[in-house]
Design a protein around this ligand. Sequence first.
Ligand code: PGA
Length: 254
Amino acid sequence: MSNKLIIANWKMNPASVEVAKEIITEINKESKHFGDVNLVVCPPFVYLNEVASVISNSKKIVLGAQDVFVGEGVSHTGEVGIKLLKKAGVEYVLIGHSERRELLDTDQIVKEKMIGALKEGFKVILCVGEKERNEHGDHYHEIKKQIEDAITKLPKKYIKNLIIAYEPVWAVGRTESEAIKPDQLHEISIFIKRLVSDICGPKEVDKIKILYGGSVTKNNAKEIFEKGNVDGLLVGRESLKVKNFTELIKQIKG
Ligand code: PGA
């Protein structure tokens, strides 16, 4: 549990493979200064090979995918399955990102993808988070349902490969001042840990890293990370701005 974890979620960026290579090359050069932070870069599928070739010798940066298809066989037009991701060198997969849930990924599909990926030895970043908050605290129910649906009856052997990324939808893709406040995050991380402990048992809870994502920038990362009681951060737009992003990582390293 010692190392901190940063996930770079590039979504559908950058606009060309040349720029993708430039970005990862620059990040890779800086990675000798990352200390106890490990970085997972999740580029669009079409850039996986190029990014993989730049980081192939890295001890600090590994490859992640933004989604995975876990059905049997090969006749699934438009999907990218587990075997293809493995061949490309992917080690981590993001599952249940709110932008995927918005499209079609129900809690059931999220669970299938998660189990399928864990069975094949991937590390899974399970994304959860409420759409909005109200004065009744309904967000606790929403987060609880997403986590319960995913990890209830999960065989214990997979728990060490599971990471939970809390990404409240209302904080994703906003301005840095609209990111979660550290004390709000602290509450949620305790809530998630308790929940995991109830579902999987108290011995398992320390094996799962908890991350926060949603409008993290170099200006708010340190405070969110240090006061939020999390093991790392999931960074979208800021992870494409090399200078800001590498500064962000250096700020949270030990
Ligand atoms: P953001 O994206 O950092 O640009 O808000 C985070 C995410 O969607 O994973």
